[in-house]
Design a protein around this ligand. Structure first.
Ligand code: FAD
Ligand code: FES
Ligand code: FES
Length: 473
């Protein structure tokens, strides 16, 4: 059964707002789809109409205006990571974005989607709460501004009417004497929801804290501020004793629950540990040490922005015959009957391109990695109508005639394949990495393939194959 009935691709904000006004709670905006498609698949959310805003112009800006950073809701996590403005003036947000999922998730997942999903573990929320961001909401009725703390009403509940969209995020940037950090505790290095996360910002004037913000995620139904902890920090230096006292008070603010990831007591204790570590790092000016200078993004040579769709709103109905017209591996395709499917299913079932594999169907394994307009994404989380007007490359499109891609050759030579199920995904991630960073370090390779899982080879040969392909290229 199709997950939606009608799929609109508007090409302006005005058209988007008209559609929201017309369909109200029947409709849902979709940006990167990395939350929504999983929710629809699991049946935890229903929406008969999807309105895809991912190609609406004017919603993906990163603009510094005076002391305010104006972010479009479509800014992806990887664009936050790569932006020098965000890194310099809103560093905890760049850190949080770097901690989301893995590269292909960060290429589609947006800041707006993360904020509206309103998970208590959502990684970009604590830095924005600590920085005091304001959200701009728009509808055909007008525009309103909501301070981020007031936007969150309860567990996954936000102050957003069915006909409203999040149109902008305004962030007061750090002053020269302010420093901040985001830390995340998780059960593994990538593709892991926060067990606890924390954003801490302090203003230090001649060694004395004159302002402090401590925001904690995953310890309450919404992200919280630890106001008592902030209070004890102000008025003195960041000494070990004051840090310990603030960390203990932060833990007292937490009201965590037990779930499959951790028990409540563990979470509370880890909130203390994370805040202590964050403050110690700020005291010793170590907050930037774990942040990579050249993070692999899997954009290749693009700037990470998806091209706009020209013309007016396009409508695809799940049971209808409107064609999806796109280019796949250099060939123009007109596909009928795939309007209610994911791109993964369209590639496999309608185009017979079975090289792209389905492992999990939820963004967790990377077997379905393809390139959408030159950017590595997970095709299980892309609705097929999103491919309309787009350029797609699958593993079948990598070889040049009889000549395999250097990485494909290296996989064979290094014996980096056992059952082979994961291989197309690794090859698509690895080839995109080599396009972007022809001589990647071991660490960059590990970051690039962090979203690709292999159950057979143990990764060593895969990493060696990427290194070998880099040497030969
Ligand atoms: C494998 C995997 C790993 C992940 N890891 C992390 C992680 O480590 N940390 C983390 O925080 N998240 C993680 N996520 C969650 C997800 O990737 C992020 O929350 C992402 O930012 C969502 O953005 P999106 O554009 O994909 O949202 P979508 O799925 O497109 O939308 C999410 C929700 O927001 C609404 N929406 C989107 N844009 C707007 C707008 N402009 N106005 C109004 N409503 C809007 C949609 O209607 C929907 O309800 C992960 C997800 C997956 C599948
Ligand atoms: S990530 Fe798409 S099938 Fe697993
Ligand atoms: S080779 Fe079998 S899953 Fe990777």
């Amino acid at each position: 059964m199709a997950l939606w009935e009608i799929y609109y691709t508007p090409t302006s904000v005005e058209e988007t707002l008209q559609l929201l006004a017309r369909y109200g709670s029947q409709a849902r905006l979709i940006a990167g789809g990395t939350d929504l498609l999983v929710e629809l698949e699991r049946g935890v959310r229903k929406a008969s109409v999807l309105i895809d805003i991912s190609r609406v112009p004017g919603l993906d800006g990163i603009v510094l205006e005076g002391e305010t950073l104006r972010l479009g809701p479509l800014v992806t996590h990887n664009r936050l990571v790569a932006s020098s403005t965000v890194r310099e003036r809103a560093f905890p947000l760049a850190q949080a974005a770097w901690n989301v999922g893995a590269p292909a998730i960060r290429n589609r997942g947006t800041l707006g989607g993360n904020l509206v999903t309103a998970s208590p573990a959502g990684d970009t929320i604590p830095p924005l709460v600590a920085m005091g961001a304001t959200l701009v909401l728009r509808s055909v009725r007008g525009e309103r501004e909501v301070p981020i703390r007031k936007f969150y009403l309860g567990m996954r509940e936000v102050d957003l009417a069915p006909d409203e969209m999040l149109a902008e995020i305004r962030v007061p940037v750090a002053s020269p004497d302010e420093r901040g950090i985001f830390l995340k505790l998780r059960l593994r290095q990538a593709l892991a929801v926060s067990v606890v996360n924390a954003a801490v910002i302090v203003r230090l004037e001649r060694g004395i804290v004159t302002r402090a913000r401590v925001a904690l995620g995953s310890v309450a139904p919404t992200v919280i501020r630890a106001c008592e902890a902030e209070g004890v920090l102000v008025g003195g230096p960041l000494t070990e004793e004051r840090i310990a006292e603030a960390a203990a008070l932060a833990a007292r603010a937490a009201v965590p629950i037990d779930d499959i990831r951790a028990g409540a007591e563990y979470r509370r204790e880890m909130a203390r540990v994370l805040v202590r570590r964050a403050l110690a790092a700020l005291a010793e000016r170590r907050e930037r040490e774990a942040f990579p200078d050249r993070p692999p993004l899997l954009w290749g040579r693009s700037d990470g922005r998806f091209p706009r769709l020209a013309g007016r709103t396009v409508r695809h109905t799940a049971g209808g015959d409107e064609p999806i017209e796109c280019t796949v591996n250099g060939q123009n395709q007109v596909i009928h009957g795939a309007n209610g499917k994911t791109l993964l299913r369209m590639l496999r079932e309608d185009l017979g391109l079975t090289g792209t594999k389905e492992g999990c169907g939820e963004g967790e394994c990377g077997a379905c990695t393809i390139w959408l307009d030159g950017i590595a994404v997970l095709s299980c989380l892309v609705p097929a109508p999103r491919a309309h007007g787009a350029q797609i490359v699958t593993v079948e499109g990598l070889a040049r005639g009889e000549k395999l891609h250097p990485l494909q050759q290296a996989f064979i030579q290094e014996g980096a394949v056992q059952c082979g199920y994961c291989t197309p995904g690794f090859v698509m991630s690895g080839a995109k990495l080599l396009e972007e960073l022809p001589n990647p370090s071991r660490e960059q390779i590990l970051h690039a393939i962090a979203g690709n899982l292999c159950r057979c080879t143990g990764y060593y040969k895969i990493v060696r194959a990427i290194e070998q392909a880099a040497v030969r290229a």
